[in-house]
Ligand binder design. Structure first.
Ligand code: Z3D
Length: 656
């Protein structure tokens, strides 16, 4: 316990008391809040001290008392560019304001101010001697005026309260009892893509037109226009590296490959190279650069898979036998993520004696791809590698490249998912695919948006992945695809689909490892697929509309602004998102039942929108263009055969 009489507590943002950084987006300032008080009735003052982690010196900014009844202070410092920042709070007794407050209390009591005046004059002389520049002149002037003043309380008060003088004193007066909050707290400021983006996942080898023949990167370029038109921001590719032959998997996850089976892209490494190589079937490194450039020209950023594991044929297996754990009989156990087994890959042994050698090689791989235009990595199964490794790796990368974004693909128990996010992952896969009912969605999104998770865990709601074919899509068909896409895209600022979703692909087989569950039939994880991307029944136009709505409505770029509002039908989820100044307010009413129409009444708490009782707002449905007038109670009927939802925007400036 410090011996200071001033207490600084409840400082935010902070994660686990400062053990981990909180996350923000560069561009907007970081608002800092704290509870600061002292014994007695002395006035106090406080400031934020902050700096970029990579610069030796920083700056400070004064805080303001925002809630005197609760001793709540707040202030903000700029996060101009992506990077890591440190801040803390310093607080001290404000002698001048304490003196002034005391003086004011005597007003009306009619007491004489002789001794108090002398006290003030003495302190101002001290302040003047410390002040510099303009402040020094102002304090000197104020001091001179007080020295000449009669000891009438009114005239002393008037002089002493002059705003200019108080401001100068605030900056310049000594702070002999200043106390600093410990530890320093940390912020990661990311670029906006870490928070907001629509992701599209595709296998570059399955973008061709000839059945059974893999497409190259240069051929896969032909798909970029389609993906751009659907309105995506990020194009995520599973591993693009040479695929091993030993224990290669065949169709439908079979343990033996047939002649011509291409193998799983996650079975990384062959005599043709490892994690820094391109599968020759896809092309060359030059082709890669051209692919990345072609995507960039369409506003698409590439996210690359980072899967730390090796086919038995990976060069590391020979070059670095010490990075693999061998059993006494010389064999290596395959990687797994129970109940899943990955028979075609070896895990890396993070307990190796050459720990730093292994870590450094991983960093080298990332820097190699950063050098080839990759600024986003989707990290495979991070929960099977050590947390300190991720903390180190992400820190090292972002020290040089603070623009790099990491999406963690952990599907495991909550403590690990949360800790990976705390350790530095910019965003994370979630349980969204397993949350269907209104109660489940409200509970989960409320946890993400309105608990301390909001400080460090940024969700990316994938509606499907090559590994996850949710039953609702199998059973609900096309209306379910629209419904789940709309939910993902409007609830979470980052969301994604795996290709085939827009074609409503849902052919399922029993899951190979999870009883009662299903997975994709003929998964392109193990074979080359050729599709007609314009197949009748596709929802591409719907996807494009939803992505356009996301881009045009800043309220949908945030998560913590979500408010769930009541609806008397449990099959209808109703929520609102609004920007801070309410210049963009969006209501979303979604029918969670893909099997047929649902109707009910939704409540809009008008006072939460700053609207008077009985107000009527003109709203426009961004999906259909229809216009309505909404009040506090509204009837909705949603037919999934038409549209799964209303996405209503309050027509600005016209709420009455
Ligand atoms: C997932 C990966 C694929 C196949 C497996 C195969 C493995 C290695 C898995 C391992 C992690 C992650 C990926 N969740 O697709 O599994 O499904 O059958 O053994 O080739 O690759 O990387 O999304």
């Amino acid at each position: 316990m410090s011996s200071s009489r001033i207490l600084i507590s409840n400082v935010r943002p902070a994660v686990d008391g400062g053990r981990f950084p909180a996350k923000r987006v560069a561009g907007a300032p970081c608002r800092v809040r704290a509870t600061i008080f002292r014994d007695g009735h002395e006035r106090i003052d406080a400031r934020i001290l902050w700096r970029r982690e990579d610069r030796p010196s920083g700056s400070s900014v004064l805080m303001e008392l925002t809630n005197p009844g609760l001793d709540e202070w707040a202030g903000e410092f700029p996060l101009e560019t992506p990077g890591r920042y440190l801040f803390t709070i310093e607080a001290w007794t404000d002698r001048y304001e304490s003196w002034l407050a005391d003086l004011k209390q005597r007003a009306g009591a009619g007491s004489a101010v002789g001794p108090e005046l002398a006290e003030g004059i003495e302190w101002l002389a001290v302040v003047r001697d410390r002040a510099r520049g303009e402040d020094r002149k102002r304090v000197a002037d104020g001091l001179a005026a007080l020295q000449k003043a009669s000891s009438s309380l009114d005239s002393v008060l008037q002089l002493a309260c002059a705003e200019e003088l108080r401001r100068a004193v605030r900056r310049a007066q000594p702070r002999p009892d200043a106390v600093m909050f410990e530890p320093e707290l940390r912020i990661i400021a990311d670029r906006e893509r870490a928070v907001f983006g629509a992701w599209y996942e595709m296998f570059p080898r399955s973008q061709g037109k000839i059945p059974g023949r893999p497409s190259t990167l240069l051929e896969a370029r032909d798909r970029l226009a389609d993906i751009e038109q659907m309105g995506f921001d990020v194009l995520y590719l599973p591993p693009i590296h040479p695929i091993g032959r030993t224990h290669r998997k065949g169709r439908n996850n079979s343990l033996t490959a047939q002649e011509g089976d291409p193998g799983s892209p996650w079975a990384i490494g062959s005599e043709q190279g490892g994690h820094d190589a391109i599968d020759p079937a896809l092309g060359t490194l030059e082709d890669w650069d051209r692919f990345v450039a072609a995507a960039a020209a369409r506003g698409l950023e590439i996210a690359l898979d980072f899967a730390l594991q090796c086919s038995p044929d990976h060069p590391w297996v020979k070059e670095h036998p010490e990075w693999f754990y061998r059993r006494p009989d010389g064999t290596v156990r395959c990687a797994e993520n129970p109940p899943m087994k990955f028979e075609d890959i070896y895990p890396l042994n993070f307990d190796t004696d050459d720990r730093m050698g292994l870590w450094r090689e991983m960093l080298r791989i990332l820097r190699h791809w950063i050098g080839h235009g990759v600024k986003i990595f989707r990290v495979d199964n991070p929960h099977t590698k050590p947390i300190p490794f991720w903390e180190w790796l992400i820190g090292q990368v972002q020290k040089e490249n603070p623009e790099v974004v990491f999406l963690g693909e952990a599907f495991t128990r909550p403590p690990m998912m949360k800790t990976l996010a705390k350790a530095g992952f910019s965003q994370s896969y979630t349980y969204f695919t397993w949350r269907h009912t209104k109660a489940e969605l409200v509970e989960y999104v409320t946890e993400l948006a309105h608990t301390d998770m909001a400080e460090y865990f940024r969700p990316n709601f994938f509606a499907n992945t090559p590994d996850i074919l949710p039953k609702v899509l199998v059973e609900g068909g096309r209306p379910a695809f629209k419904l789940r896409l709309l939910l993902a895209a409007t609830l979470s600022p980052s969301y994604g689909i795996y290709s085939g979703f827009e074609l409503c692909e849902n052919e399922a087989i029993p899951h190979h490892a999870i009883p009662g569950d299903v997975e994709y039939a003929d998964s392109e994880k193990f074979e080359i697929r050729v599709r007609d991307w314009d197949r009748p029944g596709n929802i591409k136009e719907f996807v494009a509309r939803v992505n356009r709505i996301r881009r045009e409505n800043p309220a949908l770029r945030e998560l913590s602004n979500v408010r769930f509002w009541p609806c008397d039908n449990d099959e209808i989820l109703f929520f609102c998102k609004s920007t801070e100044g309410r210049s963009n307010v969006v209501f979303v009413a979604v029918n969670l039942d893909p099997s047929g129409p649902q109707e009910g009444h939704v409540r809009v708490p008008l006072e939460e929108l700053g609207l008077p009782e009985g107000a009527a707002c003109p709203v426009r449905d961004l999906l259909t263009g229809a216009r309505y007038t909404w009040g506090d109670r509204n009837y909705v009927r949603l037919d999934p055969a038409v549209e799964p939802a209303h996405v209503l925007r309050i027509e600005t400036g016209s709420a009455t």
